[in-house]
Design a protein around this ligand. Structure first.
Ligand code: SF4
Ligand code: MG
Length: 313
C-alpha cells in the first residue's frame, strides 16, 4: 500500500449501513488531510465498541486498545512523543462508563489530545443496552423498560474536569463536524468533541430525523466561546455549562468553550525538564548493556532473556 494522504485503508468498513460512524470517519479523514498532517505524524487510539474499529480505517498510526483505556494509552503516547498529533476515538460507554475516571484525569492535565466521543446513547456492539449518556426515562428498542438511570452530560463533565476545548457536533453534518475536529486538533490542550451519532440499529429515539429537527449551530447565533483572559473564565464557563445542559426542543452544536490561557501538561513538564521537548522519552536511544540498540535483531536480543525467564516459570 503506497502513501495515502486521503487517509483511507483497504480494511472493509463493517458498520451497519446508515450508521453515524460513517460521518465521523469521513469528517476525521478530511480534517486530517485539510490540516496538512502526514500519516506518520498522527496516532488514532480507540477502545472497545463499534467506534473501536476507527483506527483500522484511518491510514495513520493506530492503536485499538482495551475497554475504557484509550485515554491512558493516548496519554502515554503523547508524553513519549509530544510532537505527534494524538486523537482518541471512543464510544460513550467506553469513555464515560468504564473509562470515566480517565476522561476526568485528562481534563485535569490539559494534555494536548483530542477526544472524539461517538455518542449514540447505547452500547451498540453488545446489542443496545443503555449507555451513560441515555437520559432517564427514555426507552430505546433493546430496553424492556425505560432507562432507570440519569445521563452524564459529556460537555458538563469536560468543563468540570478542566478541558480547555469543549465542543459538540452532529455526525450527519460532515462538513461542520470536520471544521469542529480541525479546531479541536489545532487547539493546544485537552479537547472534547462530543459527536451526536445516530445508531440506526439500536437507538430508535434519537434518530437522524430527530436530530435534523432539533440541532442548531451556536455560531449562527453569535456564540463566542473564547476565553482570552483568565478573568473571563468563570463567566464563560458558566455560560457554556448552561448551553451544554440545553437538550429538548433545541440541541446546540458547535464550540461551547475554548480557553487558550492555560498551559498544557507538556509545557508544564518542559518548564521543569528543559530537554523534554528536544529529547522526549519516545526518541531516547534504547541501550542494551551500554550499547545503543538500532535494529530489529538487536531489539529482539534485548527481550530474549526476558522471554526465556517467562518460559521457565
Ligand atoms: Fe453503528 Fe449502531 Fe450498528 Fe454499531 S450497532 S455499527 S453504532 S448502527
Ligand atoms: Mg455507544
Amino acid at each position: 500500500m503506497g502513501l495515502r494522504l486521503d487517509y483511507r485503508t483497504d480494511v472493509w468498513v463493517d458498520w451497519c449501513p446508515g450508521c453515524g460512524n460513517y460521518g465521523i470517519l469521513a469528517a476525521l479523514r478530511q480534517a486530517l488531510r485539510e490540516l496538512g498532517l502526514k500519516p506518520w505524524e498522527v496516532v488514532v487510539v480507540s477502545g472497545i465498541g463499534c467506534s473501536g474499529k476507527t483506527p483500522h480505517y484511518i491510514y495513520a498510526n493506530g492503536v485499538h486498545t482495551l475497554h475504557g483505556r484509550p485515554i491512558p494509552f493516548a496519554t502515554g503516547i503523547k508524553l513519549a512523543r509530544p510532537d505527534l498529533t494524538v486523537i482518541v476515538t471512543g464510544g460513550d460507554g467506553d469513555l464515560l462508563g468504564i473509562g470515566a475516571g480517565h476522561f476526568v484525569a485528562l481534563g485535569r492535565r490539559n494534555l494536548d489530545i483530542t477526544v472524539i466521543v461517538h455518542n449514540n446513547q447505547v452500547y451498540g456492539l453488545t446489542k443496545g443496552q443503555a449507555s451513560p449518556t441515555l437520559p432517564y426515562g427514555v426507552k430505546t428498542k433493546a430496553l424492556p423498560k425505560p432507562n432507570l438511570q440519569d445521563a452524564v452530560n459529556p460537555l458538563a463533565l469536560a468543563l468540570a474536569s478542566g478541558y480547555t476545548f469543549v465542543a459538540r457536533a452532529y455526525a450527519m453534518d460532515v462538513n461542520h463536524l470536520k471544521e469542529v475536529i480541525k479546531a479541536a486538533v489545532r487547539h493546544k490542550g485537552s479537547a472534547l468533541v462530543d459527536v451526536l451519532q445516530p445508531c440506526v440499529t439500536y437507538n430508535d429515539v434519537y434518530t437522524a430525523d430527530w436530530y435534523r429537527e432539533h440541532v442548531y449551530k451556536l455560531e449562527e447565533e453569535g456564540w463566542d466561546p473564547l476565553v482570552r483572559d483568565p478573568g473571563e473564565r468563570p463567566a464563560k464557563m458558566a455560560a457554556a455549562l448552561e448551553k451544554a445542559l440545553e437538550w429538548g426542543d433545541r440541541v446546540p452544536v458547535g464550540v461551547f468553550y475554548q480557553d487558550t490561557t492555560r498551559d498544557t501538561l507538556e509545557e508544564r513538564i518542559a518548564a521543569r525538564i528543559p530537554s523534554y521537548k528536544r529529547q522526549p522519552p519516545g526518541l531516547a536511544v534504547i541501550e542494551n548493556q551500554g550499547r545503543p540498540v538500532v535494529g530489529e535483531e538487536e531489539l529482539k536480543a534485548v527481550f530474549r532473556d526476558y522471554l526465556v525467564r517467562v518460559k521457565r516459570r
